[in-house]
Design a protein around this ligand. Sequence first.
Ligand code: GLA
Ligand code: GLA
Length: 679
Amino acid sequence: MISTLLSRPGGPDDDRTPRLLFGADYNPEQWPREVWEEDVRLMREAGVNVVSVAIFSWARLQPGPDQWDFGWLDEVMDLLHANGVGVDLATATASPPPWLTTAHPEILPVTDRGETVWPGARQHWRPTSPVFREHALRLVRAMAERYAAHPALVAWHVSNELGCHNVYDYSDDAARAFRQWLRARYTTLDALNHAWGTAFWSQRYTDWEQILPPRLAGSHPNPTQQLDFKRFSSDALKDHLRAEREILREITPDVPVTTNFMVMGGTKGMDYADWAPEIDFVSNDHYVHPGPQDRDELSFSANLTSGIAGGRPWFLMEHSTSAVNWQPVNLAKRPGELARDALLHVAHGADAVCYFQWRQSAAGAEKYHSAMVPHAGADSDLFRSVAALGRTLESLAPVAGSEREAAEVGILFDWASWWASEQDSHPTSLLDYRQEALDWYSALLALGVRADVVTTRADLSRHKVLIAPVLHLVPAELAKDLTRFAERGGHLVTTYFSGIVDENDHVWLGGYPGALRDVLGIRVEEFGPLLDGDSVELDDGTAGGLWTDRITVTAEDTEVLARYRTGDHAGRPAVTRRPVAEGSAAYVSTRLGVTGLTALLPRLLSPAGVGSELPAALRGRVEVTVRSAPGARFLFLVNRTDDTVPVTGLSGELLTGTAGDDGHPVLGPREVAVLRQSV
Ligand code: GLA
Ligand code: GLA
């Protein structure tokens, strides 16, 4: 789908050979007309074949309620088309213009403290505002009607990063919509009162109108109200996405619709697993947050995006060629990182590699954010690296359209557990759901073991080992699925603070972890969180932080894989595993971190017969992913180190990368090689 976007009937190009797309957000309205000519010339030089246009153009396209100015965009679309560049056209609704917020300040979001979020930046709109919706949909209709038949149009880009700045709005519009959402979820007030546990602190509701979003309160707001508000807020944005999509489908039924997700560190509010079925292909934006696990995090996010896309190719809508502008210190990328980061996304199923943005802005809040054409111009190392990447992507055309080959290990990632596990008033406020999942992922990378990050909507039976870190919220149905997974020969691994509450955030009683107690063959009566910086030793030589549990083994066949050597639970089990029919269920009661998990994992994987597919010399130094298509497997080998790594013991035709004297690939620092194997 993505790899053939350019050859849609009547589209930019007759060549139907699948290829990888390459491009950026293109914001020509920031530049005089002469620059546009240079833009398209340089796009051709760099191999750019797709751009996203008009993302923040509302004020320019509609200067007043009944004034429209499409002329400049017509010209841009024509120019791009004449130069063989397809357009992922934005609906342009991301940032409302000043005339609209002046006439209708009631579309502005409100914080939990009742403060107005004023215009001045972007995305200052309430997802539930009927007034905003009406104006936005009018623009969507105008855009769709204007460009329906334009040959440059290859896809629709709804809004931009929905929820980036406005996911939580506590306005009166939000209150009204929240009540409607709650009525649909619970039908009766009795059901809501039960779910929210309103017997506590005198919160019983006797009328729907009494219910509010969790606005600033004197103490901890009701936890189920908070959790439902998170669900509702994700749904409210999804509803906006659907509303725009309906108009696009009505007017251009043959043009695929997407919107750019933000599967990356720091973004938590949108349940993308739930959103994915609403669009024709999944798109993602990703930015690196520098730190010890930064590229593991990139890989994790790309992998999860693939999981959200059901293993099908997805569209990398934005990442950066070098520095961003929104971190405390914005590091430039080192040599090789531009290509390595891009190809790591392709390794995990991206069929399009795009950047924010094409030409670095001279003005505005993002003027120090890198782009494909930097302030220095095309005579720059950066632009030469961009053009080199364009050539690499051309050589990878055979990969286009291939899907992710399932790995034997799955890591389960679930928004409800993420939201619920990190709420306030818990045994510790230091728990970081995504970090725990990332640590398991990093440990698997260190061992050279391939893993898929999957969501609770995926077919879990595809994996031999399923790791469910901090799977805190487990409805009865999921508990059954996980138990069945083990009974049918799967090896389930879970951790501290998993299986604790149901979908209403009510504790499963009788001893922790209530939902998984039986399958795990353990029981915990009291949690043992640790103070920041404290740790306990285990008798296998590892050390744990954050959390401990006082575990009692309840099934005869539960094995103890490691015990606490120090701390309040010294001598008691820390890691357990219980054989379950053909499979097993293991429990890790403390936060072992990457080093500890790397030491422990071989003992958890070996009963499943799972290990590294890489030759021993490459494990930990090289990340391997596999994409497959009929007749071919594509092995992506990503050098995780700053050293040169010769690749031996793997065969195939080298599609990209450096060949050594013996014909085998030699990975330079941070380099990527792709081998095609016939099957
Ligand atoms: C106070 C309140 C109680 C309870 C405890 C919890 O003492 O009076 O209702 O909230 O704090 O520590
Ligand atoms: C987001 C936005 C872009 C741009 C980049 C900068 O991803 O979608 O418009 O602001 O961040 O990193």
